[in-house]
Design a binder for this molecule. Structure first.
Ligand code: SF4
Ligand code: SF4
Length: 121
């Protein structure tokens, strides 16, 4: 089940995006667990290897851990651009994205700038 609820209005559990570790390639270096800021991985102390513990927390379209894995042991269900574009088209998410943006700016006013302010700094 989803650990994050929804992604721009789409139930996260409907979106199949998560890393898979090929244990035949993995060298147990730990780079993936140190790289992911979203608590997707845990360290399996019994087998001394990484584990995908919270797949529903993986950021939609992110492949950072896969890029940094020195053994190319991490894969994803699809090409990230293709996947995200497919989701955008299928669920027509832009009105919700716009709403989310407005909410973000309202909640965190420092996430927006006025160019005149930057020019005067
Ligand atoms: S970064 Fe790759 S090789 Fe290193 S522990 Fe994670 S999956 Fe294994
Ligand atoms: S793809 Fe990104 S969010 Fe997902 S597990 Fe890897 S680093 Fe974490």
């Amino acid at each position: 089940m989803d650990d994050r609820g929804s992604w721009h209005g789409i139930e996260r559990s409907l979106l199949e995006w998560y890393p898979t570790i090929d244990s035949t390639k993995c060298n147990d270096c730990g780079m993936c667990i140190l790289t992911c800021g979203n608590d997707v991985f845990r360290w399996n102390m019994d087998r001394n290897e990484p584990l995908v513990q919270n797949p529903g927390k993986c950021v939609i379209g992110c492949t950072t851990c896969g890029k940094l894995c020195p053994e190319d042991a991490i894969s994803f269900p699809d090409d990230p651009k293709k996947f995200v574009r497919g989701v955008i088209l299928k669920y027509k998410i832009f009105p919700k994205v716009k709403q989310d943006l407005e909410e973000r700016i309202r909640k965190f006013p420092d996430h927006s700038v006025h160019l005149k302010v930057i020019e005067n700094e």
